[in-house]
Design a binder for this molecule. Structure first.
Ligand code: DX5
Ligand code: ZN
Length: 216
């Protein structure tokens, strides 16, 4: 079952409540929140105060992607603000296992992400400690980039490792996903699809979501 996670990074930030309703009506499964700190990645986006303001306006799962240098100091505030799932970057964590355990102990789903230049071997031995692996298919920081070819191999390796361990974890892909690139990532084993610019540029978001869900 493919789950679709539209990213509000490509939404109209002057009317986020309306944009959230668009996601809700489209039949998507969760809302992807891109949190950037101006340090781990150059831009700054939104903080927990905005997540908290959005929370009453959606019943969907809030899937929070922390692109921040010091994830430990932000985990709690985003969970308190209403994030259901927190994904941290392996490159940013000082003690990855401890941070993931903390996310779970605070009642949220724990995710770990790797940037395109990071080898999947760094997370293979902690797959039983996460609910989701996020494989970046562009360099984190900006929406609207082109899918980096070859990331399918990484997805396949993580899916194979999870299968060997008997784990049915979610594998999420993020960056440059559209109705064409989705085919190769799903074939490789991804089941949670982030879509930013393609979703918000589509004329009919509901039609786009069903196209993505039915495309493989
Ligand atoms: C990039 C973000 C993505 C981004 C995806 O750093 O993590 O979630 O919004 O946007 P598209 O789908 O336009 O590549
Ligand atoms: Zn993201």
């Amino acid at each position: 079952m493919i789950k679709i996670a539209p990213s509000i990074l490509s939404a109209d930030f002057s009317c986020l409540k309306t944009e959230l309703e668009k996601i809700e009506r489209s039949g998507a499964d969760m809302v992807h929140l891109d949190i950037m700190d101006g340090h781990f990645v150059p831009p700054i986006t939104i903080g927990a105060i905005v997540v908290n303001a959005l929370r009453p306006h959606s019943k969907l799962l809030f899937d929070t992607h922390l692109m921040v240098s010091n994830p430990d100091s932000h985990i709690e505030s985003f969970i308190e603000a209403g994030s259901d799932s927190i994904t941290i970057h392996a490159e940013a964590a000082t003690n990855l296992e401890a941070s993931l355990a903390r996310i779970r102990s605070l009642g949220a789903r724990a995710g770990v992400s790797i940037s395109p230049e990071t080898d999947e071997s760094v997370i293979i031995n902690i797959l039983d400690k996460v609910d989701m692996v996020l494989i970046m298919t562009v360099r984190p920081g900006y929406g609207g980039q082109k899918y980096i070819e070859g990331m399918e191999k990484k997805i396949r390796n993580v899916r194979d490792a999870a299968n060997r361990l008997g784990l049915s974890l979610d594998i999420q892909v993020d960056g440059g996903i559209n109705s064409e690139t989705i085919k190769k990532v799903v074939t490789a084993g991804a089941n949670v699809i982030v879509t930013g610019s393609a979703f918000f540029n589509s004329k009919d978001p509901a039609e786009f979501v069903s196209l993505l869900k039915g495309s493989v």
